[in-house]
Write a protein of this length. Structure first.
Length: 514
């Protein structure tokens, strides 16, 4: 029998002299050294993790060791690792490099002015690299938390990574060339500095490379303190550089008074289940969702679902959803708990709406809102719609208590099958009525059976209000919701003139009989 001496065990290769065998049938013996090298830990390369000593060299050496093995996972402890230079993920494709911690107590902190915490894909695209279960932060003069280079990344993952950006002039993610594909940002709290002057995530695509920010998912995040700009600001730099099939879901925006998501030239995005909280700290100075213009290249075929504002009111001219340049979109089940109610602006675009509750919708000019679903699910139930020209509402059932104002144009209820409930319609912002048209095509019919059309409100005047088109009328009462039927005048010098006006209004069905 051979014996191993203490001197041999104490040597650099001592762990090669001791075998390890896993518990279980079929397990084979390995050296302890081989077993321990299954895990690469930054502390094995001299990292201190005391928050003061520079551990950037240890990260560089550890990642180089992983590259020499063809990739792998670098683990860090529950410590604060100070670094004076960025962690660089720039391995040859398709190598995967993963840095994994033990939760929020595993912190990597950049201490050098204007240096990013992490740099990705400067010269080679990074594939299937990741950060997991750790925190990234910097000093007050530090750079971006994550900088994405010209080559970018694909299948990149950030899983339960907390971020604190301490420099008010820098971003959480800065990708000036785009080049982010099929990546997932899942879980974690992302904080901007309270005095931040920039967006949290700033992405622009490369004008010479075409589509370059596609099929990415941001989900299950809490983002904080975007006061001067929207937290997400993503746009293409050229007409052929599209932003395709990106998803933002289950995100809680806290104190993001500068807005939530601003984008341009997007295609097929899904934005859903977003909550905005900013209680008692002032109105939102930016649109919560803003599809901005981009040289005339509209965003197309995007959907917006369950955008919830629980916090403060909107500043004048700001919207919960502003589709400034986004055509053929879908909006469903958006709501606010605040007293000012939600505000929406489609800006002349084609939008299908389901379940837009208690809201204000500015449709702009030449806008058409059509389709059975628009009414089937109680769209604009209890809300108001206003605009400068055409608003066309087509569907099956009429929403109850819906105030519709057409501004300088007209409202067309087209081919309704049932006249259910009450319609409060056609009041312009100045309190006047413009033109209300039922079945204006002259072919379709709307049976107004026991329906009520409200053309006025207490203390409001109306002008040029009349019904036109082909009508099938059965027991229709035109009333004012806030006041009783108007009786004839009883005294005064103007009695004949007043009564003549009232008679004309009754003849046209605009007021109820005395």
């Amino acid at each position: 029998m051979a014996y191993v001496t203490d001197t041999q065990l104490a040597a650099d290769n001592g762990s090669t002299l001791v075998e390890h065998i896993a518990d279980g049938a079929g397990a084979t013996a390995r050296t302890v050294q081989g077993k321990l090298r299954d895990v690469v830990h930054v502390d094995d390369f001299g990292a201190v993790g005391d928050g003061m000593a520079d551990d950037s060299g240890a990260f560089t050496d550890a990642l180089s060791a992983l590259q020499s093995q063809g990739g792998g996972t670098l683990r860090i402890g529950r410590k604060t690792y100070a670094i004076a230079s960025p962690i660089i993920l720039d391995a040859p494709h398709p190598m995967s490099l993963v840095i994994e911690g033990e939760g929020a107590g595993s912190i990597i902190r950049q201490t050098t002015a204007n240096a990013s915490v992490v740099e990705i894909g400067a010269t080679q695209i990074q594939r299937a690299s990741a950060f997991r279960r750790l925190a990234l932060t910097n000093a007050g003069t530090g750079g971006h938390i994550i900088s994405v280079g010209r080559k970018g990344c694909t299948l990149f993952e950030m899983d339960h990574v907390d971020i604190a950006q301490s420099n008010p002039a820098k971003h959480v993610i800065h990708a000036p060339h785009g080049e982010v594909y099929d990546s997932r940002f899942h879980g974690g709290d992302w904080y901007l500095h309270p005095g931040s002057t920039v967006s949290g995530v700033h992405i622009r695509t490369d004008p010479v490379k075409g589509p370059s920010f596609n099929e990415n998912i941001f989900e299950n995040l809490r983002v904080h303190q975007a006061y001067a700009a929207p937290f997400f600001d993503i746009a293409s730099a050229a007409s052929d550089s599209w932003l395709v099939n990106n998803t933002f879901r289950h995100i809680n925006f806290e104190k993001c008074r500068g807005g939530g998501i601003k984008f341009a030239n997007a295609r097929g995005w899904t934005i859903e289940n977003l909550s905005f909280w900013d209680q008692d700290s002032g109105p939102y100075a930016g649109h919560l969702i803003h599809a901005a213009g981009n040289g005339g290249y509209a965003s197309v075929a995007n959907s917006f679902k369950a955008i919830l504002r629980h916090g403060d009111s909107l500043a004048p001219g700001k919207r919960d959803i502003f589709l400034e340049d986004a055509d053929f979109s879908f909006v469903a089940n958006c709501f606010t708990q605040h007293a000012d109610g939600p505000s929406y602006d489609w800006n002349n675009k084609n939008v299908v709406v389901i379940g837009l509750l208690y809201g204000e919708l500015n449709v702009g000019g030449r806008t058409s809102l059509r389709g059975d679903q628009l009414i089937n699910y109680g769209s604009i139930f209890g809300g108001s719609v206003y605009g400068d020209a055409l608003l066309s509402v087509g569907g099956i059932n009429v929403p109850e208590q819906c105030r519709i104002s057409s501004g300088g144009g007209y409202v067309n209820f087209d081919a309704m099958a049932n006249g259910l409930g009450q319609i409060f319609a056609a009041r312009a912002p100045d309190g006047t009525i413009t033109k209300l048209v039922f079945a204006a095509d002259g072919q379709s019919f709307w049976p107004l059976t026991d329906a009520k059309v409200d053309l006025g409100f207490a203390g409001q005047s109306f002008r040029d209000a009349y019904l036109s088109g082909t009508l099938k009328v059965d027991s229709v009462q035109v009333v004012s919701s806030q006041q009783p039927p108007i009786t004839d005048a009883k005294g005064g010098d103007e009695v004949p003139k007043i009564n003549a006006i009232l008679a004309a209004l009754r003849a046209h069905g605009l007021i109820a009989a005395a």
